[in-house]
Design a protein. Structure first.
Length: 153
């Protein structure tokens, strides 16, 4: 099945919230910052210079990822989630790769992300793409690993 990556449109905001809340509730809890970002993506991500991407299979949104502008040249890859029934089909890797390309297009020099080691498949994708572990400065209570990817060639 073909996976198509599309940019944010207001009608997709519901998927950004639904997909991310589902995985957060499955593995962790929804922190106040998560609730704010997921319920206010335009203000929290887009209006601050970030991007939100969606993965579609046919006419169904099955995944999402956001790039939050941290500071000039640095983005955080955040709120990446994939529907349960399509996990393991490459959607996460395609979303991650598309987010990296979007960050490059925006002039990013580095992408950071925060995760948890129990998310073995996600960590595997990040390492395979080229992210490296760096010292943790926790943004989220659930985070026990910080990774970054240099985009400087």
């Amino acid at each position: 099945m073909t996976i198509k990556i599309i940019d944010y449109e207001p009608e997709y905001a519901v998927y950004f919230e639904k997909i991310n809340k589902a995985w957060l509730e499955e593995y962790f809890t929804i922190e106040p910052i998560d609730k704010y970002v997921l319920e206010n993506p335009k203000v929290a991500i887009l209006d601050q210079g970030g991007e939100i991407l969606f993965a579609k299979m046919e006419d169904r949104v099955v995944g999402t990822a956001a790039l939050r502008l941290v500071e000039s040249g640095i983005y955080e890859l955040t709120k990446m989630g994939v529907e349960n029934d399509v996990r393991g089909q490459g959607v996460g890797k395609i979303l991650c790769t598309a987010a990296i390309e979007k960050a490059r297009d925006k002039g990013a020099k580095k992408i950071v992300l925060y995760s948890n080691r129990m998310l073995v498949n996600a960590i595997h994708i990040y390492l395979k793409i080229g992210f490296l572990e760096v010292p943790l400065d926790a943004v989220y209570k659930r985070s026990d690993i910080k990774m970054e990817l240099s985009l400087v060639r």
